[in-house]
Design a protein around this ligand. Structure first.
Ligand code: ATP
Length: 282
């Protein structure tokens, strides 16, 4: 039987360094986070902030350079490749950013789901027909992935994830290609699966998802910031600031905190000035 403890996932002081021709890229710089069972955690943050890296490590598709990865109550940091493969197959549903990568091209939508549930061999997942219905794809049951739109493929990948009652669902931008109704379907499906005790972790830039999800963590330059709700994260704040005669602007502390490198890109758009922290290469 699966207990709540056995569905907990966590990273402790996780570092990931990529070695590229141009030098080292510090994609994660000591990330500490727990993902409790029965909840959905969103990882938000700018492009290049490390979201996909974090998700890949959590889904056991990549290894940390340092730190500890705990899945289902067990330290898997040094686990053998065969152990990781078994865990990926039996306990983790991975919904990639380009969903076609996770689908069988020669099988129809419903056959994809039957195959997914057969490979996993778990009796307690959603029936393939029910998963298709939940994601609004019943009318596309006989279509092969290359006949589905990007958004339909994305929903099929989520449906496949739900057919095997995984302990952990990791989804990279699961609503990115979807219109409002279908984004809502995916979020509702994830909420349903989380309610059964599954740990769900998604990355997202999508304000619709961030507004809807109760726990949003912000990852920037490989550093995870304090926890906020999606609604708080998207809240627009206004504060008075003074500009001196030389054009120097004194930002209030909460705005200054967004520019740890103390440099900014200045854009003038429609008569408004937008300050953006530049992406940094360590
Ligand atoms: N295989 C790799 N080799 C070298 N550098 C990499 C590799 N994968 C990612 N990076 C770098 O690591 C950093 C984090 O990348 P990552 O893809 O995790 O960010 P992200 O937040 O998911 O971005 P996006 O939202 O654009 O997908 C970036 O600077 C990226 O260029």
């Amino acid at each position: 039987m699966t207990t709540p403890e056995s569905r907990t996932a966590g990273l402790s002081n996780v570092v990931r360094i990529y070695r590229a021709v141009s030098g080292e890229v510090h994609a994660l710089r000591g990330v500490d986070v727990d993902f409790p069972p029965g909840g959905i955690t969103a990882i938000a943050g700018p492009s290049g902030g490390g979201k996909s890296t974090l998700l890949s490590i959590l889904a056991l598709r990549d290894r940390a350079s340092a730190g500890t990865v705990t899945l289902f109550g067990t330290d898997v940091t040094q686990a053998r490749a065969s152990v990781l493969k078994t865990l990926r197959r039996t306990s983790i549903a991975w919904v990639p950013q380009r969903p076609a990568h996770g689908l069988f091209p020669h099988l129809t939508a419903i056959e994809n789901l039957r195959q997914a549930s057969m490979i996993r061999g778990r009796p307690d997942g959603l029936e393939p027909e029910a998963a298709l219905d939940l994601l609004g794809l019943s009318h596309r049951a006989a279509a092969r992935p290359n006949r589905l739109s990007g958004g339909e493929q994305q929903r099929l990948a989520v449906a496949a994830a739900l057919t095997h009652a995984p302990a952990l669902v990791v989804a990279d931008e699961p609503t990115a290609e979807l219109d409002d109704d279908n984004a809502e379907r995916v979020l509702a499906a994830l909420t349903t699966v989380a309610a059964s005790g599954t740990t769900c972790v998604v990355s997202s830039h999508d304000p619709r998802a961030l507004r809807r999800l109760p726990r949003v963590l912000h990852l920037r330059h490989g550093v995870l910031s304090a926890e906020r709700s999606g609604a708080e994260l998207l809240e627009t704040r206004e504060a008075d600031a003074v500009i001196d005669s030389a054009g120097r602007l004194q930002l209030p502390p909460e705005a200054l905190a967004l520019f740890p490198g103390r440099r900014t890109r200045v854009r003038i758009v429609d008569g408004q000035v937008v300050l953006k922290a530049p992406e940094v290469n360590p």
